[in-house]
Write a protein that binds this ligand. Structure first.
Ligand SMILES: [Mg+2]
Length: 273
C-alpha cells in the first residue's frame, strides 16, 4: 500500500485545515469547583510543577469563588485547539464571572434555557422559542418559588427559593441553603405543584446544598442538539465531545460522539463506583 508523501499530506491539510473538535462542556464541578472541593481534588491528583489551585470564577464582589485543580488545567491544555461551548446551569451574569476558560463561540446557559451566539446575543430562533415558553411558564415559576418559600419558612428551614432570570426571562426556580437534600427538594417541588406540565416533565438538578427546578424548556440536551445542528451546517464532518459531571448532564453527553466524565462525580458514582 502506498502512503501519501509528507508534502501530499500537507496539501490535503491545506485544503481541509485540521480543526479541533467542538466541545460541549459543563462548568461547575467539571472544569472547576469551590475552594474546598478544589483542594480535595488537587490533593487526590497533584500534578508536579503546577499550582494546587488556579482561579476560575469570581463572585459578584470580584472575590475568587471557584478554582481549577491541576488535572483540570491539564485537560484544558489538551483542549486548547478545540471550540469550547459551555453548557451550564449558570445564567449569563454568572457565566460572565468565569475567568477561565474564555468562551468565544456559542454559550448555553441556565440549564439549556438560553443560547447565546458568538455575537453575544440570544440566538434569534431560540429566543422565539424561549420567549413563548417563558410567557406560558412565567407565572407558574413565580407561584412555585413563592409556595416553596412559604413552606420552608413554615418548617423553619434555612432555605431560600427564588426565580432565576436570564436574558430578562424567567428560566428556573433555585432553592439553596444548608440542610437541603435531594429527598427534601423533590418533596418541596411536588408539594408546590411543579412536578408535571402538559408540555413535559419538570426536572430537578441537585448539586450539594442547591437544587434547580427546571421547566421543560430548560433542557441542556435540547440546546446542545440545536447548536449541533448549526455546527453541522458549518462543517458536516464536525465531531463533538461532551464533558459533564451530573446525572442531569447525561442526556446531552449521550448526543455527543464522545463523552468525558471527571472522577468522583455523580455520574461516576452512579455508573461505576
Ligand atoms: Mg456540574
Amino acid at each position: 500500500m502506498q502512503y501519501p508523501s509528507f508534502s501530499r499530506q500537507r496539501h490535503l491539510e491545506d485544503r481541509h485545515p485540521m480543526s479541533g473538535m467542538t466541545v460541549f462542556t459543563d462548568l461547575d464541578d467539571t472544569l472547576f469547583q469551590t475552594e474546598g472541593k478544589a483542594l480535595e481534588r488537587a490533593s487526590a491528583a497533584p500534578v508536579a510543577g503546577m499550582p494546587a489551585l488556579s482561579p476560575a470564577a469570581q463572585g459578584r464582589d470580584g472575590a475568587v469563588l471557584s478554582y481549577h485543580a491541576p488535572d483540570q488545567l491539564v485537560l484544558l491544555q489538551l483542549l486548547r485547539d478545540c471550540t469550547l461551548i459551555p453548557v451550564t446551569g449558570r445564567n449569563r451574569g454568572a457565566l460572565d464571572r468565569v475567568t477561565s476558560p474564555m468562551f468565544r463561540d456559542y454559550r448555553i446557559t441556565s440549564h439549556g434555557a438560553i443560547i447565546y451566539g458568538p455575537d453575544d446575543r440570544v440566538l434569534p430562533d431560540w429566543q422565539e422559542r424561549v420567549c413563548s415558553a417563558a410567557e406560558r411558564f412565567g407565572t407558574e415559576l413565580h407561584a412555585i418559588a413563592d409556595r416553596i418559600q412559604t413552606r420552608v419558612s413554615a418548617l423553619e428551614l434555612p432555605l431560600r427559593s427564588r426565580v432565576i432570570e436570564d436574558a430578562g426571562l424567567p428560566v428556573y426556580v433555585s432553592l439553596k441553603g444548608e440542610g437541603l437534600d435531594h429527598g427534601l427538594a423533590d418533596r418541596l417541588l411536588r408539594e408546590a405543584g411543579g412536578a408535571t406540565s402538559p408540555e413535559g416533565p419538570w426536572t430537578i438538578h441537585h448539586n450539594g446544598h442547591n437544587a434547580a427546578f427546571l421547566p421543560p424548556y430548560a433542557s441542556k440536551a435540547d440546546a446542545v442538539a440545536f447548536v449541533m445542528g448549526l455546527k453541522r451546517v458549518e462543517d458536516p464532518a464536525a465531531v463533538f465531545l461532551g464533558i459533564g459531571d451530573s446525572l442531569s448532564d447525561i442526556a446531552f453527553l449521550k448526543q455527543c460522539d464522545f463523552a468525558l466524565v471527571p472522577r468522583a462525580t455523580q455520574i461516576q458514582e452512579a455508573c461505576w463506583q
